[in-house]
Design a protein around this ligand. Structure first.
Ligand code: HEM
Length: 135
């Protein structure tokens, strides 16, 4: 209908192509069939084979591939990846915030208030009752 016949793969579909006779890669949200390129890859076939079955964007970027390397990729493009099927951990790992003592201090204050507030209300009620009785 739309005329846009973009193919979208899931991670498990791409993961099936994980051997020297059939090797697909996920880089920058796109899927590449690099089977024919394995022997010609200047970085060797092993790195490509070890980068299958996951989002290889970081591995690819870490090498600092040249613009001519990036231009070559079009030749192997077979479709896009449904990023919903790629675990978030493999996309980005947000830095973990360490827990400071401050958290424990505010926890303690909350517990103290939970104890003191009802006590204060009770005291107020008794006080009011005492006051209204005596007048
Ligand atoms: C379709 C995908 C890829 C293409 C077209 C490609 C192409 C190339 C090209 C042309 C080079 C030569 C240097 C340059 O021009 O930057 C290269 C080097 C290299 N590539 Fe790739 N590459 C791809 C994917 C990957 C992936 C996923 C990895 C890592 C898992 C990788 C690892 C390397 C390494 C380590 C080198 C350095 C080799 C050296 O300097 O001795 N490549 N690649």
């Amino acid at each position: 209908m739309g005329g846009d016949d973009k193919v979208i793969f899931t991670l498990s579909q791409v993961s099936e192509h994980n051997n020297p006779k059939d090797c697909w890669l996920i880089i920058g949200g796109k899927v590449y069939d690099v089977t024919k390129f394995l022997e010609d890859h200047p970085g060797g076939d092993e790195v490509l084979l070890s980068a299958t079955g996951k989002d290889a964007t970081d591995d690819f970027e870490d090498v600092g591939h040249s613009t001519s390397a990036r231009a070559m990729m079009d030749e192997y493009y077979v479709g896009d990846i449904d990023m919903e099927t790629v675990p978030a951990k493999q996309k980005y790992t947000p830095p973990k915030q360490p827990h400071y003592n401050q958290d424990k201090t505010s926890d303690f204050i909350i517990k103290l208030l939970q104890f003191l507030v009802p006590l204060a209300i009770l005291g107020l009620a008794v006080g009011i009752r005492f006051y209204t009785k005596s007048t």
